[in-house]
Design a protein around this ligand. Structure first.
Ligand SMILES: *Cc1c(COP(=O)(O)O)cnc(C)c1O
Length: 469
């Protein structure tokens, strides 16, 4: 046998990929010791939201407002037209939303929840029901504050972390139909549809499901409002997984998603690659008129909505960059890289790997910690203690209390989210993170639960404090 000296024979079956950008500016990170981290997490009440960011090494708390802007976006920041009324940056933003999302009327807001507030006040009457493909924290709270009741109509597979269903964001049509039959279409102001469902693990909705919901909604005269926060990521999953979409661009699929709906709320801090910003988009003029009126009360004039001109310019440019196929492939590719490592090492994670994050299944990670001792909260703390990686709880703490009974809501999914900011971390950062998760998993038997010692009234996960049992 002669030695094979052709280096091409050593290539992996699947060739490596790299990001379609390079680093131009860096932000140094502080390295900490385990003792420093122990002090910091105790002071933070075992809540990673209460850590100081300078005590964090790799920050995977959220992908919200944490992405890196491009040089083209930063250049746009210098072109801010800071006029109180009629800023030209607003018109650039309006044009970008119209072109890529396709809605007729755009009301800028300071971020996504500003849009949710206006929408909920406009459309929801006390006693109404708002069906949605799983809840999101701020979305549901605004629906409840307006007097509505959220009803989960996501398919049951979404609640099963082991299910490999390719579209776990799909709607259970029978559940939606039965709700309409039970309460009547007039009690349903709109259907709240999320594209890539955050709380299900960043799982997409299929075009097939969207179309089916659209047909049913039209039959009953019910609007559909899209939570477009991660709709671009959803479009990528449709391209990759749904029959008939392989040769369509992400931009084309995004339009198709939005065309199935009557309006959207948007957090620009996610898909749109900016640190702050959002919008409400609508197709009906009468609704737009009302929204334009309400935005003045809660956000600012309808041509800035709580944003500086420069922020609107950065978002307009971020939208253009966000829908490029190369960008979104690299973005989701990095998340899949982390997920694949953990799966290979046998760490329990939500399957399939989501678009913006890898979700650790804390229930299976710490089966000996009961849910009322906050296993996911503890897992996030242990990860920080091990390596300075900051993650977030998405389980019983995030689910909050039932407004009627005052009891904890015990969600089926008890998760820790490792959320990847866009264009921020290198593959080496991802390797360090994966190894830290594996190390914490190796010591899972010794972990104990937590007790809550401070609980805020709203969105408690942000500020609650805990102590070791
Ligand atoms: C972040 C987010 C929101 C709220 O947006 P903010 O900009 O944080 O106010 C709404 N829905 C989803 C799915 C989100 O991820």
């Amino acid at each position: 046998m002669t030695e094979n000296t052709n280096p091409a024979s050593k290539l992996p079956a699947k060739r490596s990929w790299a990001e379609p950008w390079k680093v131009k500016v860096v932000e140094p990170l502080k390295m900490t010791t385990r003792e420093q981290r122990e002090r910091a997490i105790v002071e933070a009440g075992f809540n990673t939201f209460l850590l100081r960011s300078e005590d964090v090494y790799i920050d995977l708390l959220t992908d919200s407002g944490t992405s890196a802007m491009s040089d083209w976006q930063w250049a746009g920041m210098m072109l801010g037209d800071e006029a109180y009324a009629g800023s030209k940056n607003f018109y650039h933003l309006e044009e970008a939303v119209r072109r890529y999302y396709g809605y007729r009327y755009i009301v800028p807001t300071h971020q996504g929840r500003g849009a949710e507030n206006i929408l909920s006040r406009m459309l929801i009457e006390p006693g109404d029901f708002v069906p949605g493909n799983m809840y999101f924290t701020t979305t549901r709270l605004h629906q409840e504050l307006a007097g509505g009741t959220f009803v989960d109509i996501i398919i049951p597979e979404a609640h099963d972390p082991a299910s490999e269903h390719p579209f776990k964001g799909d709607v259970d049509l029978a559940a939606l139909e039965s709700l309409i039959g039970r309460v009547g279409a007039e009690k349903i102001p709109y259907i709240s549809l999320a594209a890539t469902v955050n709380m299900a693990g960043g799982q997409p909705i299929s075009m097939k499901s969207l179309r089916a919901v659209r047909a049913l909604a039209q039959k009953h005269g019910i609007r559909i409002i899209l939570d477009a926060t991660r709709a671009v990521e959803n479009a990528y999953f449709i391209q990759q997984r749904e029959e008939g979409y392989r040769n369509k661009s992400v931009a084309e699929i995004l339009r198709e998603i939005c065309d199935c709906t009557d309006g959207c709320t948007m957090s620009g801090k996610k898909d749109a690659l900016v640190n702050i910003g959002g919008w409400l988009a609508l197709n009906e003029y009468e609704l737009y008129e009302e929204a334009r009126n309400l935005v003045v009360v809660y956000e600012g004039l309808h041509t800035y909505g709580g944003m500086a001109g420069r922020d609107m310019e950065a978002m307009a440019r971020g939208i253009v960059e966000s829908v490029q196929d190369d960008h979104i492939r690299a973005r989701i590719g990095q998340v899949e890289y982390l997920g694949a490592k953990l799966v290979e090492w046998g760490v329990p994670v939500v399957r399939p790997i989501g678009g913006h994050a890898v979700f650790l299944d804390a229930r299976n990670f710490y089966p000996h910690i009961p849910q009322d001792q906050f296993p996911a909260q503890m897992l996030a703390a242990e990860l920080y203690l091990d390596s300075g990686v900051r993650a977030m709880e998405r389980g019983v703490v995030s689910a909050g209390r039932d407004p009627q009974t005052g009891e904890h809501r015990f969600p089926k999914l008890e998760l820790v989210r490792l959320t990847i900011p866009r264009r921020v971390y290198t593959q080496a950062h991802i390797d360090v993170t994966a190894e830290s998760v594996a190390a914490v998993y190796g010591q899972r038997q010794s972990a104990r639960g937590l007790k809550m010692v401070y609980e805020p009234k709203y969105l408690r996960f942000f500020q609650a404090k805990f102590e070791r049992m």
